[in-house]
Design a protein around this ligand. Structure first.
Ligand SMILES: *Cc1c(COP(=O)(O)O)cnc(C)c1O
Length: 501
């Protein structure tokens, strides 16, 4: 096997037989052999390393990564905003961090209090009075909400068959419908980038369980006729599910419960600054109208007349549990901390600033970059590569941004805009950073005109060059012996030289 530079090696390549990262006293009792039925046939193939080698390995990898703590991360729809460190401090308070989920109710009153109060805050913010904190992500919140909708219709005699979903929807929306055994009927977007109400009307009937609508939508536009849309669905006996992933744009400005939503999920890891990315724990509470509360997951945290918190399991119509214990409790502590730290006025300012930053980007770049819907935007704006010189594509622009220490925006989504670049600066970027982003985008446009190969070959300064996303996902090459024979040492994780899949 070709031996790679130390800084490119995996832990397995760095392994030295017999090397350990611990020192413990020798046993004072004779060693006993493990019974055959539980002993391994052969030793586990684990890397053997010193503590310092392991520490350096992971620290080095972390330095090659891009995160919100290292730079701007304008990944549309994902709301990659800064996670205040105070959240981490409260989540690490031993009374929270070391709680056992099976501790008796009398011993976890503080935790139950926090969750109960967080539910009340989310009810106030969403305009929907009943809240479950169990779901662990937005997608699981969608599933939970649709299960509640299904249970409601079933209790009324007919679960109904279909859910209406706009063609701009996040991929999780149709997936959640399918999991809940509903068929998806797509609703068109009109020339203003909004729900086509005529199309909605023609598809809405007594077999419609719900309209599943994202507001603001994934085009970064507010559905300004959402009340009419909700009325069409309600008149047919259906419910309105609001995908609340874009709640960051409307905090304290309007509430889904006030514009017709019956049930929604809230992504704490987006709007309420609990960290996310890399598949880490999220949290997707679901808020709903009172008439849906009997169906929500159990147990429900309740407060008795003496001010004690209890768990109500006596919920015969409940859809059951969707998560063990209480959901991702550490995320709940972080979101609670953020809401308390901000207070109502500052939560409102979050949205004002997020919307202003996105509009600044849109107004500064329109004319240079194609703007499919020239409307005031919410917390994100969608551009496209339609008018780029020399065939420079959205992917090229995204990769070139990395050379400037900026994470690419969301690309090729929403699907209704060909070559979409969906940019969400968030409110936590300063005016200087937002301006710099605009300047970098202008420079990339200039390069596309004068030096297109530079953009098409990007990124040039990152530890790994341009990868073929599809190939890298299908064939995860990590070790030297699997690399293309003539791969350049420094850039050997790059698949530049391979044909596009
Ligand atoms: C992020 C997102 C989701 C899914 O949320 P997860 O927490 O990633 O499961 C759904 N809809 C929209 C619009 C989103 O942006």
């Amino acid at each position: 096997m070709k031996r790679r530079d130390e800084h490119l090696q995996t832990l397995f390549e760095k392994s030295v037989p017999g090397r350990v990262g611990y020192s413990i006293p020798l046993p004072e009792v004779p060693e006993a052999a493990l019974p055959d039925d539980i002993a391994r046939d052969k030793p586990a193939e684990l890397p053997e390393l010193s503590e310092v080698a392991v520490n350096r390995h992971f620290t080095r990898i972390s330095q090659k990564n891009h995160g919100i703590d290292t730079g701007m991360y304008p990944l549309g729809s994902c709301t990659m905003k800064y996670n205040p460190r105070i959240n981490e401090q409260t989540a690490r308070i031993p009374g929270f961090a070391r709680l056992h989920p099976n501790a008796p109710i009398s011993g976890v009153q503080g935790a139950l209090h926090l969750m109960h109060e967080l539910g009340e805050y989310l009810a106030e913010i969403s305009g929907l009075p009943a809240v479950t904190l169990q779901p662990a992500a937005g997608a699981q919140g969608e599933m939970t909400g649709l299960m509640i909708i299904r249970a409601f219709h079933t209790a009324n005699g007919n679960p109904r068959k279909k859910v209406l979903v706009p063609d701009t929807a996040h991929g999780t929306n149709p997936a959640s419908c399918t999991i809940c055994n509903y068929s998806v009927v797509t609703v068109a977007t009109n020339e203003r980038g909004r729900l086509d109400l005529d199309d909605l009307r023609s598809k809405c009937d007594e077999e419609t369980a719900a309209l599943m609508v994202t507001n603001p939508s994934t085009l970064g536009l507010f559905e300004d006729r959402i009340d009419e849309a909700a009325k069409i669905v309600h008149d047919a006996g259906g419910l309105v599910y609001c995908d609340g992933a874009n709640l960051n744009a409307i905090l304290g400005v309007t509430r889904p419960g006030d514009f017709g939503a019956d049930v929604m999920h809230i992504n704490l890891h987006k709007t309420f600054t609990t960290p996310h990315g890399g598949g880490g724990p999220g949290s997707g509470p679901v808020a709903m109208r009172d008439f849906l509360a009997p169906f929500m997951p159990k147990p429900v945290i309740a407060e008795d007349s003496a001010g004690r918190y209890t768990l109500d399991f006596d919920r015969p119509q409940s859809i059951g549990r969707v998560h063990e214990f209480f959901g991702n409790f550490g995320m709940l502590v972080r979101a609670y901390t953020y809401i308390r730290e901000m207070g109502p006025e500052n939560l409102n300012r979050v949205s004002t600033l997020a919307v202003m930053n996105a509009n600044y980007v849109k107004e500064s770049l329109k004319g240079l970059y194609h703007l499919p819907f020239d409307e005031p935007c919410m917390h994100e704006c969608v551009l496209s590569d339609k008018d780029m010189p020399n065939g420079v594509t959205t992917m090229d622009i995204a990769k070139r941004l990395m050379d400037f220490g900026i994470h690419p925006p969301t690309v090729y989504f929403p699907l209704v805009v060909k070559g979409a670049l969906m940019i969400e600066p968030t409110e936590t970027e300063s005016p200087e950073n937002v301006r710099r982003f605009v300047e970098v985008m202008r420079q990339i446009h200039e390069e596309a005109k004068t030096n297109p190969q530079l953009v098409k070959g990007a990124p040039h300064t990152t530890p790994v060059g341009r990868v073929d996303e599809a190939l890298a996902a299908r064939q995860l090459h990590l070790t030297a012996d699997l690399l293309p024979p003539d791969a350049d040492e420094e850039r050997q994780l790059s698949f530049d030289d391979q044909p596009k899949a």
